[in-house]
Design a protein around this ligand. Structure first.
Ligand code: NCD
Length: 309
């Protein structure tokens, strides 16, 4: 059986193209499973997974939980807001206590960059990074690429623009790595204050004019403005941001072609994207959510195959 080249899923940075192909092949199978009347397989009945969320999440947490349940694994859930972290416990102590309960795989979201890498060096379990600060969010990028491939047939040679708060977005960085690995052309578009310096070194181009960016692309992946990560003001007002970078029907109708619209959620309706666009037939936002479960099942299944049982 084919195996991943990595022992953990810490970031797209550590994967190769064969890993992505293997994850997608496996996800195709699971997508068929989750559309059956009985949406479950017994594959991971002997595996226990801990979902450790040290930062808020709705869809990623639900998606992982559902993926784990569809694979018949046992699950324990932990949210930082209800935990002993508030009492001063360290990350390693919290996790070691959880592992003493014989956990095989840890899915972790954490506000600190590199939290997953750190943990993987200290504990004996498979780690899946569900978002580490502003760094990486590998399963989101995998489900995004999977959704583009499903819609357009391939990734190679496709033109994708990532719009908005690239600076604070782990979705953007993981998407850039994943798309480049699969041979896409990538541009980023947003206020210059929200585009990281030297981003071109990742092989992407910067376009500050939204009209031009949309005219160029096949797909626009629209990011949320991450107010909670902003310590200073990066643009004068939300209204101005919407005027300059918001995606609405008017701008899309003037393109003379139909591009595909994506968003990782949660959406700020009326800020980075209007409701009409988010809910239109150009948008694949809900397909992304559905594919998220199949892709996460694939990642968990493939890592579990490496565990000696
Ligand atoms: C993203 C995240 O948490 O990084 N959301 C998600 O996982 N679906 C993007 C965001 O918060 O804007």
């Amino acid at each position: 059986m084919k195996q991943l080249s990595v022992e953990h899923l810490l970031g797209i940075k550590y994967l190769n193209k064969d890993d992505i192909d293997l994850i997608f092949e496996t996800a195709n199978h699971f997508k068929e499973v989750i559309n059956r009347p009985i949406k479950k397989v017994p594959s991971l009945r002997d595996i226990t997974i801990a979902n450790l969320f040290f930062e808020n999440s709705t869809r990623t947490k639900l998606s992982f939980e559902l993926a784990e349940k569809r694979l018949s694994s046992d699950i324990i859930n932990f949210s930082a807001s209800q935990s002993s972290l508030k009492k001063g416990e360290t990350l390693i102590d919290t996790v070691n206590n959880i592992l003493a309960m014989k956990v095989d795989i840890v899915v972790m979201r954490h506000p600190n960059v590199g939290a997953g890498v750190f943990l993987s060096k200290h504990i004996d379990a498979k780690i899946i990074n569900a978002g580490d600060g502003t760094h990486e969010h590998p399963t989101q990028a995998l489900l995004d690429s999977y959704s583009i491939k499903e819609k357009l047939g391939s990734i190679k040679g496709k033109k994708i623009v990532i719009v908005g708060d690239v600076l604070h977005s782990r979705v953007a960085l993981s998407n850039i790595f994943a798309l480049k690995l699969q041979g896409a052309e990538v541009k980023v578009c947003g206020p210059t204050t929200l585009i990281p310096k030297h981003i071109e070194s990742l092989g992407v181009k910067v376009e500050t004019n939204i009209q031009k960016a949309l005219e160029w692309c096949d797909v626009a992946n629209v990011l949320r403005v991450q107010h909670e990560r902003m310590d200073v003001k990066y643009f004068p007002s939300t209204r101005e941001y919407t005027q300059l970078f918001g995606i609405n029907n008017e701008i899309l109708d003037n393109l003379g072609k139909k591009i595909t619209i994506m968003h990782p959620g949660p959406i700020n309706r009326g800020v980075e994207i209007t409701s009409e666009v988010a809910d239109s037939n150009q948008s694949i936002i809900l397909n992304q959510v559905e594919n998220g479960v199949a892709v996460r099942m694939a990642v968990i299944y493939l890592l579990a195959q490496q565990i000696k049982r």
